[in-house]
Design a protein around this ligand. Sequence first.
Ligand code: 4NP
Length: 156
Amino acid sequence: MKILMVCLGNICRSPLAEGILQQKADDAGLHWQVDSAGTNGYHVGEAPHRLSQKVARAHGLDISGQRAQNFVAADFERYDFIYAMAEDVMDDIRRISGRAFNPDKIGLLMDVLFPGKQIDVPDPWYGPEPGYHEVYDMIEAACAQIITQNIRSHHV
Ligand code: 4NP
């Protein structure tokens, strides 16, 4: 399984999502490759935001080695599933992908916990540190659910 986590800048939310889901998949013995990308391209090549790194580190997770990259239409071919952190990210992905957009291979991350409720992982970029903790907790809960669902679907 290859999974792609997508936000706007690929420096705040999706690096956390990549790190958290990769760690949970590894811990569960799943051979998954988790990556992340951004839709706006403003921070390509940069390491994750220092507050995302700090919050991750507080949870024993090192995301410092990640570098921001752009989401591209071909990611619908490269990945088995894509999670968008928010509805505006989903809109960007639709626009960037054009005919490559495949609704069967993409979902809002928080839909795994609250299907159809259209809950966004809020953009913490303009705010102080507590926003990054809130984002971490939301992503962590959703990723735990992804792992639980997957394990269940393969063992019943
Ligand atoms: P992210 O946060 O999408 O969670 O990485 C953002 C980071 C940078 C910008 C927007 C959102 N920006 O416009 O530069």
